[in-house]
Each structure stands twice: as C-alpha cells, then as structure tokens.
Design a protein around this ligand. Sequence first.
Ligand code: 2AM
Length: 177
Amino acid sequence: MHRLFVALRPPPEIRRQLLALMEGVENARWQDEEQLHLTLRFIGNVERPVAEDIATALDGVRAPAMTLRLHGVGCFDRRGRTTALWAGVHPHDAVAALHRKVDQALARVGLPHEGRAFHPHITLARLNAATGPADAFLARHAGLASEPFSLTHMLLFESTLTRDGASYEAIARYPLD
Ligand code: 2AM
C-alpha cells in the first residue's frame, strides 16, 4: 500500500521563515524542513495500480502558477484539545481552485470527493496531550506575513509513518503554468 497526498512545497526562504517560528510551545512536535508543505488533498492508502492512475490523472490537471504570502497562524482542535499549529496563506482563491481541480481529477479515477471543507495551511507542529498551552504562540505570531512567493509545481507525496513521525517523499512533480 502507498499512503499518498498532493501538496505544494513553499520555497526555501519561506521554509526558513517558518522554521524560525518553531519555539516556545513545550513538547510540541515541530515539523522539520523536509516536512513543511501545504496539503491540497490527502488521499490515504492505495494499491499500486490506483497510485499509477492517480499519477496519470494529476498529469491532466491544468492550473496556473500562483503567488501567495504567509498570513497569520492558527490551530486545529479536536475534542477540546489543540492537535496542530499551522501557518496560514493568502489569498485563498487560486489554491482553493487548484484543490477543486485535483479533487475532480481524483474523482475521475474513482476516489470519493473530499467531504470536509478545504482550509489551506502549512502545519508547523503536532501536539499531544502533554503539550503546553499554545495561546502565547498564537498571539505572538497572529500577524505573521511574508514576502510573496510563487508556487510553480504541485507534488504527489508518499508518506511513510515511522516511530519518529511521518517522512514524506515527493514521487511525482506537476508543473503549474
Ligand atoms: P496537515 O496538512 O494538516 O498536516 C500527510 O499526512 C498530509 O495530509 C498532512 O499534511 C496532513 O494534514 C494531511 N491530511 C489530511 N487529512 C488527513 C488524514 N485523514 N490523515 C492523515 N493526514 C491527513
């Protein structure tokens, strides 16, 4: 089985800016440089032939390159507990349009449409029950902004879960034009 997702990789200077934010939350599991990405669509486990269909379907996606900026930080909560910290991006329209195109391309090879709302974000840390409060982090970086950066490719990633967290490998690269 292959655990797949489609994502955008921010350029090196933006990854550096994100890495510099990663302190001040006790026991947070900060993402490393290799892990930083903006998920367009999580696919999950598929068999090899389906993975090949997915790679072909993504080849057919035509979308323009886009320019984004980092824009604030936020968190995801589940059952009253914060589970992840992330950096936002702005604007949302081009990235949401690309998400829809990817979702439609994947539907054509038999994957169900993603049910939940798309909220573009770059995960910075995963938190567990032992993590200290993140309020100070969220307040400190509420005004996060960056120089504009362009995204000229989307990537198909394979995720391997290890005891130390997930490791992500880009297995295909699709130009945006
Ligand atoms: P994230 O973008 O909030 O970090 C690989 O696991 C990527 O797919 C991660 O970036 C992860 O979330 C995203 N993802 C989306 N839905 C997921 C799910 N149900 N299980 C695991 N990862 C998921």
